[in-house]
Design a protein around this ligand. Structure first.
Ligand code: HEC
Ligand code: HEC
Length: 399
């Protein structure tokens, strides 16, 4: 390197050493650059990685262990060494002194040198503090019990599926499978009452998630809507109500964009032209959505339960209501909206009582019964390939 240049640089360096570095604007400028870089980093992390949300606050959940963010864990741990009446020392005094000494540092330490060999005391003190903080954080991580996994549906699609199930069980009997409302039938105390739809644009546009949550939690007792929240004597914890709201929002609100995998998860799978439906894939999904709300224990339903395969094929006052290969099975009759009279002369009404089942679902039931009521998708696939003569032609539903 050229001597002349070296000298020049050295001179410049000497000069700036003598002059020192000014807080404004030199130091501030550096701080600003670093802050900005960190800001960009945070924006990047938030955009591309994000934070996994914890479940919503549940005041009834006594198992929840509250704890600070990781960068405050050392303080959290530090506090543990000051039990009972000494707490204020760990909580206020020592942190207070630490912060105060940071503020006073420029007045306490007037050492003009920057080289580390001249700043041994400061560096030692700071190193001890950093080591202490790291060690306390380590101890805190090692000794706090892991948060117990709360059974809360995480992703939107899980929530929607969970909400769908809950809706079928708790809401359909009054509000209908699609939230369409109408005249209530078969619900004690509300027989004949007419409900406005809760799935309408009107409802979805005027009620936000918060007010839906509130309505479901404490109901509208004066109008006949029972409370469902555990805090109001109902059966559903807040997580379940969140799932219900997610289901309602994503199913009924035309403004809510459904992530594609969620759309698939909550839909009843369509049937190919030669496909044989199975209980596992099709019938269970339809029953859950349109029948189980009434066809479970504790409801008026002629003791016909639809929660499991066994129940569907064998329960009921008029059991068996489905017979493999029998197009006159009671179940097929009632969902095609033919009222049936049972052996004792009692009429079994059309099913579901309030709203006609969609023709494609009626078709699935018919094809399922005619093919022999396969339970699993594998059974159904085997039937589809062997029994080529499934009598599908006459199985078209009559509206
Ligand atoms: C026992 C019958 C019954 C059941 C079960 C029921 N509701 Fe209701 N619900 C009502 C009645 C009655 C109203 C009053 C609204 C009306 O008169 O149209 C109502 C009102 C509502 C409203 C408010 C409509 C508005 O904007 O004023 C929402 C939302 C609602 N219910 C959701 C649900 C959900 C979700 C469930 C299941 C967890 C459910 N309901 C279960 C009977 C019921
Ligand atoms: C709103 C409540 C409700 C819904 C929803 C409902 N049912 Fe029913 N179901 C009843 C009641 C009540 C009876 C008893 C007979 C009657 O009163 O008509 C019954 C009876 C039946 C029976 C006769 C059982 C027997 O052994 O006598 C069958 C079969 C049936 N339902 C099938 C279905 C199917 C399939 C669905 C869904 C597509 C469905 N139901 C949805 C209320 C309901």
């Amino acid at each position: 390197m050229n001597e002349e240049y070296k000298k020049k640089v050295h001179k410049k360096y000497e000069k700036s050493l003598r002059k020192g570095e000014r807080f404004w604007p030199d130091s501030i400028y550096k701080d600003l650059l670093v802050s900005f870089a960190i800001f960009l980093l945070l924006v990047g992390l938030a955009t591309f990685i994000g934070v996994k949300p914890e479940p919503k606050v549940d005041p009834n959940d006594a198992a929840y262990v509250p704890r600070p963010e990781w960068y405050f864990l050392f303080l959290f741990q530090f506090l543990k060494y000051f039990p009972g009446s000494l707490e204020w020392v760990g909580a206020a005094l020592i942190p207070g002194v630490a912060v105060l000494s940071l503020i006073l540092l420029p007045f306490l330490d007037k050492n003009p040198y920057r080289h580390y060999s001249k700043r041994k005391v400061a560096i030692t003190v700071m190193s001890l503090i950093v080591v202490g903080i790291v060690a306390l954080t380590g101890v805190a991580v090692a000794t706090t019990p892991p948060q117990e996994e709360v059974a809360v549906a995480g992703s939107i699609s899980e929530q929607i599926v969970q909400g769908q199930d809950l809706y079928s069980v708790y809401c359909v009997e009054c509000h209908g499978a699609e939230g369409e409302g109408g005249i209530i039938q078969g619900v004690e105390g509300l027989e004949g009452v007419e409900l406005k739809p809760i799935s309408s644009q009107d409802e979805m546009y005027t009620r936000n998630d918060g007010s839906l949550f509130d309505i479901i939690s404490y109901g509208q007792p004066n109008l006949g809507m029972p409370p469902f929240g555990t805090s109001f004597g109902g059966e559903l914890p807040p997580g379940d109500i969140d799932a219900l709201v997610a289901f309602m929002r994503y199913t009924w609100d035309d403004r809510a964009e459904l992530p594609p995998e969620a759309a698939q998860a909550s839909a009843i799978p369509a049937l190919g032209p030669d496909e044989v439906p199975s209980y596992e894939v099709h019938i269970q999904a339809i029953s859950k959505r349109y029948c189980v709300s009434c066809h479970r224990t504790g409801k008026k339903n002629n003791n016909y339960l639809m929660g499991t395969y066994e129940d569907i094929v064998s329960s009921g006052d008029n059991a068996p209501v489905v017979v493999a290969g029998d197009a006159n099975s009671i179940l097929l009759q009632v969902i095609q909206r033919h009222a049936v009279t049972d052996a004792n002369g009692n009429e079994i009404g059309v099913m579901p009582p309030t709203k006609e089942l969609k023709p494609e679902y009626v078709d699935m039931f018919v094809r399922w019964v005619m093919a022999g009521m396969p339970e699993t998708a594998d059974d159904a696939a085997a039937l589809a390939t062997t029994a080529t003569a499934a009598p599908e032609a006459e199985a078209t539903p009559t509206p």
